[in-house]
Design a protein around this ligand. Structure first.
Ligand SMILES: NC(=O)C1=CN([C@@H]2O[C@H](COP(=O)(O)OP(=O)(O)OC[C@H]3O[C@@H](n4cnc5c(N)ncnc54)[C@H](O)[C@@H]3O)[C@@H](O)[C@H]2O)C=CC1
Ligand SMILES: O=C(CO)COP(=O)(O)O
Length: 333
């Protein structure tokens, strides 16, 4: 089938290669022509070093590439998803399925990314979120990976499953698009915190506690927003949390390590050289938690480090000395 991937960062490129491998016609669109030129001239994406781009992969910066596509994938940073969707109005054929693979919550509106896409494109285009524990560097090397295709439109979720699935890339479907998108977006906050603890020299105990309590607060907000609690035990909940909190591929975790080592926040983000979604998700997650009246102490702590310049060591002590609690009563299960 004819498909296009919009956003030629590491993730867009890795997914374009999966689609191509499955026999689809694929165009990879770059936001800037200069980016497309680098891919053409070097034959690889700088984010996926050592992975040659197949010749059959069409490279362009012309949005007309979406015409006639059965599916268009948006793989930009979350802050650019709405504007990219807007630029598709009048270009996209009616019925084209639009897939968001970005991980974030929209600033100001607190909408999920697929809701923002739907607002821009209207009901003519079924929307799908494709998320899960999946670093581009590993998908590029064909490391076995499993993700979730979530949509309120089951046919659209199944189309995405069919187009992406192969022996190295397993795709499940889910109707719980809210739970899937929120789990995938909010785990980036915890990954930043996990990195920060690693950077400060704390150990595995700290990280296990952070991941477990982090999942509790992610699920608490996710369920309050209408997500299903089972989803947070799945690939886009605990799965995505494990991969980002433990992997050296994770941009969020690596940024956290730098911050934990004392590098100023903006400098740490610059050093990563790719989008650090957890930075934005911390602000939107905190805002959403306040709006919904949901307690998210780790997210609040992350906010105080990232946006208010608080010392992470002090913040850890504050988290550890919060009022005593029962674990079971506070569980999301
Ligand atoms: N890299 C990974 O392993 C994975 C990334 N993701 C998600 O995918 C999204 C993209 O991530 P990466 O590819 O790693 O990011 P990246 O930083 O490598 O690339 C982002 C791409 O978006 C383009 N872009 C920047 N500003 C733009 C704008 N205003 N309008 C349109 N395009 C713009 C850039 O030119 C670049 O090609 C993020 O939301 C991330 O959380 C999800 C799963 C895995
Ligand atoms: O979401 C991801 C893997 O599932 C990518 O995480 P990072 O953005 O931290 O690299």
């Amino acid at each position: 089938m004819k498909t296009a991937v919009l956003g030629s960062g590491g993730w867009g490129t890795a997914l374009a290669m999966v689609l191509l491998e499955n026999g689809n016609e694929v165009t990879l669109w770059s936001y800037q022509e200069a980016e497309s030129r680098v891919l053409r001239e070097t034959g690889e994406n700088p984010m996926l070093k050592g992975v040659p781009l197949p010749r059959e992969l069409a490279l362009t910066s012309d949005l007309n590439c979406v015409r006639g596509c059965a599916m268009v994938v948006l793989a930009t940073p979350s802050f650019a998803v709405r504007t990219t969707a807007r630029s598709l109005k009048g270009v996209l054929d009616p019925g084209t399925v639009v897939v968001s693979v970005s991980k974030g919550i929209e600033k100001d509106t607190s909408l999920t990314l697929t809701d923002a896409i739907e607002q821009e494109l209207g009901p003519d285009h079924p929307v799908v979120a494709l998320c899960g524990p999946s670093h581009a560097e590993e998908v590029g090397r064909k490391v076995p990976t499993a993700v979730v295709s979530a949509s309120r439109n089951q046919k659209a979720a199944e189309l995405v499953q069919d187009l992406f699935m192969n022996e190295r890339f397993r795709v499940y479907t889910s109707p719980d698009i809210v739970g899937v998108e929120l789990g995938a977006a909010l785990k980036n906050i915890i990954a930043l915190c996990a990195g920060c603890c690693d950077g400060m020299g704390f150990g595995d105990n700290t990280k296990a506690a952070l991941m477990t309590r982090g999942l509790t607060e992610i699920a608490r907000l996710g369920v309050a927003m209408g997500g299903r609690k089972e989803t947070f035990a799945g690939l886009t909940g605990v799965g995505d949390l494990i991969v980002t909190c433990t992997s050296m591929h994770s941009r969020n975790r690596r940024c956290g390590i730098l911050i934990g080592q004392g590098v100023p926040v903006q400098e740490a983000i610059q050093q990563i050289g790719a989008v650090v979604e957890g930075y934005y998700a911390t602000a939107t997650g905190k805002e959403l938690a306040e709006k919904m009246g949901v307690e998210m102490p780790i997210t609040e702590a992350a906010y105080s480090v990232l946006y208010e310049g608080k010392d992470p060591r002090k913040v850890i002590t504050e988290l550890m000395t919060r009022a005593k609690k029962h674990e079971i009563e506070d569980s999301w299960l």
